[in-house]
Design a protein around this ligand. Sequence first.
Ligand SMILES: [Zn+2]
Length: 246
Amino acid sequence: MTALIDAARRGRAWARRRGSAIGSVVAVRAQEPVVVLTYDDGPDPAGTRQVLDALAEHDATATFFVLLTRVRKHPTVLAEIIAAGHEVALHGPDHRRPTEFGRTEALRRLLDSRAELEDRAGRTVRWYRPPYGAQTLGTWRATRQAGLTPVMWGGTTWDWRDVGQDERVAKAMATVVGPGSILLAHDGFAGADDGAPDGGPTHDLDRYELTDRVLDGLAERGLRGVSLGGALAAGARPDLAAWFSR
Ligand SMILES: [Zn+2]
């Protein structure tokens, strides 16, 4: 066990050293007591609006990693995200695993989808979260070449799992280690139309309740939720680490 922990520690130290050269954003070093809120797989007319309502209730902002397959279907919901002062980032042209593609094709998909999203959102898009967190050195390079920075996460809400809300809130509280953590959540569910084989949700999820309860829990610890761009604008610095996963 000790050997395992030592190995994990050495791995983290290695990742941190290499992070400056080949890093993805995995957290921020925040001056303020903030947690970065991120939502993937939208926009979705029901899920996104539930999340937007809860964020407004808590005066919080978030970064939405959107799929172009969904942006094309729900342009009004994208406009609502922007109008409410949140940040829009790229999750992909669809939800296919980016590591399935050769480097040239991976780069083309990123360049095309960044351009289309910027056009539709009317603003610059800086961040990219690969579906499933799947990234190789080749797709990392393609991401940087496309002018994007990969953003991963540390905390998770387990909101794609068929578990109870109590368990999801507890998971979020346990995995948000402190100020600067990036929390993973979803405002939609990628399905067959988005190139994801998963089919569809296996459970009903009240996304308003989940975000509301997570933000209550964070507030009890003196933490509030902000978008990644908002955190950086307030003086946080990106914490980079190597992150590779097929
Ligand atoms: Zn996703």
